[in-house]
Design a protein around this ligand. Structure first.
Ligand code: ZZB
Length: 258
């Protein structure tokens, strides 16, 4: 499985937890299959209870992700020695919340790392970039935070890290409009990020239609169909140093041998 790995750079001065990295560039890295949606990023998701690590890459500074993802990257030329990576820091997700980040293509110059409780540890990097306009999971998690001050308080999230961030219309999908995730969220009457079945259904509804009939509303490929420019947008992100390619081994192979 090929992913686009988005680099969400921690804005300097580094927050207290990451101070020991000094002048280095530190990035949260998020795996996505939807590089064309990066125009609509409003925040980054971290699971408060997952353990993350920081490791030094050869070309891109320090990366923060799960240990499992770092191990995969170490076989893909991200580290000096094949299959080896040095853990510079171990950090619990809850200590990585509320950090200001700079991410490629989004119209928001500064976005924050926020808690999402449905992140899977064994997929991608354990860090997810959030596009609430087109991902029902992201929209549900963002609404949970916006609607529930107690939830924000629990994780020490300040209002200005959430309230100014609105889903951005970036893709037009026939029948679903220009905020497809919001449309299906309302239509299926989704209540929270834990509404698992409805969210799976919502995702299926927007996924295929978005890929085949979605048209970009912003950027240099404005007016083009997603399927025609997905690759170009991945290339643009990589060329502009906002992303790299990351592969994930097929799970079936692992379980067969193990
Ligand atoms: C941006 C984005 C924009 C995403 C969108 C989706 C959508 P899939 O297709 O099931 O393989 N993701 C990545 N890692 C994790 C994780 N560890 N736990 C939970 N979610 C994760 O899912 C791939 C997508 O799941 C990725 O693409 C990422 O969110 C999220 F408009 O990145 B995506 C309808 C979906 N739309």
């Amino acid at each position: 499985q090929e992913y686009t790995l988005i680099k969400l750079e921690v804005i300097k001065p580094l927050p207290e937890v990451l101070k020991s990295f000094g002048k280095k560039t530190v990035s949260f890295v998020a795996a996505t299959l939807r590089p064309e949606t990066m125009y609509g990023q409003t925040n980054c998701w971290v699971h408060p209870d997952i353990k993350y690590i920081a490791f030094q890459t050869v070309n891109d500074g320090v990366f923060i992700c799960t240990r499992r993802a770092a191990r995969n990257m170490s076989y893909q030329g991200f580290t000096e020695k094949d299959g080896e990576f040095k853990i510079e820091m171990e950090i619990l997700g809850q200590d990585l919340l509320g950090i200001a980040l700079k991410s490629p293509l989004t119209c928001y110059p500064k976005i924050y790392s926020l808690p999402m409780l449905t992140i899977k540890e064994d997929k991608g990097t354990g860090i997810v970039t959030s596009v609430p306009s087109d991902s029902p999971d992201d929209y549900a998690a963002l609404v949970d935070l916006q609607k529930k001050p107690a939830f924000r308080e629990k994780y020490g999230i300040q209002d200005d890290m959430i309230l100014p961030y609105k889903p951005v219309p970036i893709l037009e999908i026939p029948e679903y409009g220009n905020l497809s995730a919001v449309h299906v969220y309302d239509k299926l009457k989704i209540q929270s990020q834990n509404d698992k079945e409805k969210l799976t259904q919502a995702k299926e509804m927007v996924y295929l239609k978005g890929f085949y009939d979605g048209v970009l509303l912003v950027g240099e490929y404005k007016g083009s169909k997603i399927q025609d420019v997905k690759k170009n947008l991945q290339a643009k992100l990589i060329k502009e140093n906002g992303a790299v390619v990351y592969y994930e081994p097929e799970k079936t192979i692992i379980s067969r041998s193990g």
